[in-house]
Design a protein around this ligand. Structure first.
Ligand SMILES: Cc1ncc(COP(=O)(O)O)c(C=O)c1O
Length: 449
């Protein structure tokens, strides 16, 4: 099948089909175990669709874990990557110099929040961006302790893992990771951490979290002058797509400023237009001191970055470096991705189709008692399955069944948290494609109840 023909769901054989099964068997023979969640074997991609090795065509509501924000094989990004492939692939941007790396850094500086001067450190993944942010904060402040949030996900290497607090499996057998990270509750409005007798006002929830940090940490056992940074996701990703009350980050910023603690914001998942603004931080009116990026910044060519306020720049050569950071293919893809996002109004489309998608999801919530919550911003949306709307007890079995039944009917979905499904299609999705996905989701819920 030609990629151009990928223009609608087509299930020829119940997946995983015979060819997929063969590859999955070989995969299990040769590859280390990882997070495998769906038996889908991708072969071709175009826009919001992916074809598997048996000729089934799926609508992709996972975007490669929020990576292919421009859809698969965006023609302009593909052209720019192809051009670079014929010039120079790798010329280490940390030791030497390339124009493409400079252009990529300039493009990132222009789109990230804050009109102040910034510097970019390029990495190859989200976890490596967080590792860079940890080092930036430590070397700038000459301090060693940090504050992170329960429910957070920042990666799986030893430094970022020390902040990750969304599932025990991430830590199982790996203790100790980097010492010095204290975790505090995140203001989760749906299952709020201080919930004793029901609903609390968002303002009160925020006040309680801020007060907790100040009273029980900074004034009790974590001297603020030892704290190198507070690290947070604007919207918790792997932890369940948790959107905090809109004033949370302004209050967190006030607290951080009061004690001269840098604010490190992880936009690896929420960034690059996903939420209907270029960065989720913009919804909350906060300008990070360091912002960590990866996933979609080069449309699927591995790339990450830590963008910091200029004064936080490393003070000496050699304090931090790597081999592949700013790789030319990735840099070309990053510049092209940002240009293409602007040309296609991808961020505006995420806001528009996100609002429509949310409306359609709320319709499903009105139809099925099992959907306890619909949440998110732009096209960073989630539906949460519960056993009982009153107790909000998570229903992970139903959630998993819905994902499997949706897959069998041509819709690729990913889970998040204990009982939610994330809805994160490419930002270029049309209203017809939203409807196509909702139809399958509706059918999958009906089949799974
Ligand atoms: C917010 C956030 N930070 C960091 C990471 C780690 O990124 P990577 O898997 O590229 O290491 C992720 C991955 O899902 C993430 O969602």
């Amino acid at each position: 099948m030609m990629q151009e023909e990928l223009n609608g769901i087509k299930i020829k054989v119940t997946p995983p089909g015979p060819e997929a099964k063969k590859i999955i068997e070989l995969n299990d023979k040769y590859l280390a175990r990882s997070t495998q969640s769906l038996p889908v074997v991708g072969k071709l991609g175009k826009g919001v669709y992916v074809e598997d090795v048996d000729g089934n065509v799926y609508l992709d509501f996972a975007s490669g874990i929020s990576v292919t924000n421009l859809g698969h094989l965006d023609p302009y990004v593909t052209q720019k990557v192809e051009e670079q492939l014929h010039k120079l692939w790798h010329f280490p941007g940390t030791d030497f110099y390339t124009e493409m790396q400079v252009l990529a850094a300039k493009s990132l500086i222009e789109v990230t929040p804050g009109k102040f001067n910034k510097k970019v450190f390029f990495t190859n993944s989200g976890t490596e961006s967080v590792e860079a942010a940890i080092k930036i904060a430590k070397s700038y402040t000459h301090r060693e302790r940090f504050i992170g949030f329960i429910g957070a996900f920042h990666g799986r290497t030893q430094g970022s893992l020390s902040f990750t607090a969304s599932k025990p499996i991430h830590h199982k057998g790996f203790f100790p990771s980097m010492p010095g990270v204290e975790h505090v509750p995140f203001p989760n409005p749906y299952r709020n951490p201080f919930n004793i007798d029901g609903y609390e006002e968002p303002d009160e929830l925020v006040n309680r979290v801020i007060d907790y940090i100040e009273t029980y940490l900074l004034k009790t056992y974590v001297p603020p002058e030892d704290v190198a940074g507070i690290l947070a996701e604007p919207i918790q990703g792997e932890g369940g797509y948790i959107v905090p009350p809109m004033n949370f980050f302004k209050e967190l910023r006030k607290l951080a400023d009061k004690y001269h603690i840098p604010l490190l914001i992880d936009e690896v998942q929420s960034g690059f237009g996903r939420t209907g603004k270029f960065f989720a931080s913009e919804h909350f009116g906060v300008e990070p001191d360091v912002i960590t990026l990866a996933k979609s910044i080069a449309s699927g060519i591995p790339m990450g970055a830590a963008v910091m306020k200029e004064e936080m720049n490393f003070s000496e050569n050699g304090l931090h470096s790597n081999t592949f950071g700013g790789n030319l293919i990735a840099s070309a893809a990053c510049v092209a991705t940002i240009d293409e996002m602007k040309k296609l109004n991808a961020v505006e489309n995420a806001a528009k189709q996100g609002a429509y998608m949310k409306k359609r999801l709320v319709e499903l919530q009105n139809k099925y008692n099992e959907i306890g919550d619909v949440r998110g911003l732009g096209l960073m949306l989630a539906i949460d399955f519960v056993k009982d709307r009153r107790t909000k007890e998570p229903n992970s079995k139903l959630r998993n069944d819905v994902i499997n039944n949706a897959f069998k009917n041509g819709l690729i979905l990913l889970s998040t948290g204990s009982s939610a499904i994330r809805i994160i299609p490419p930002l270029i999705i049309t209203q017809e494609q939203v409807d196509e996905g909702i139809e399958v989701l509706d059918k999958a819920i009906k089949m799974s109840k």
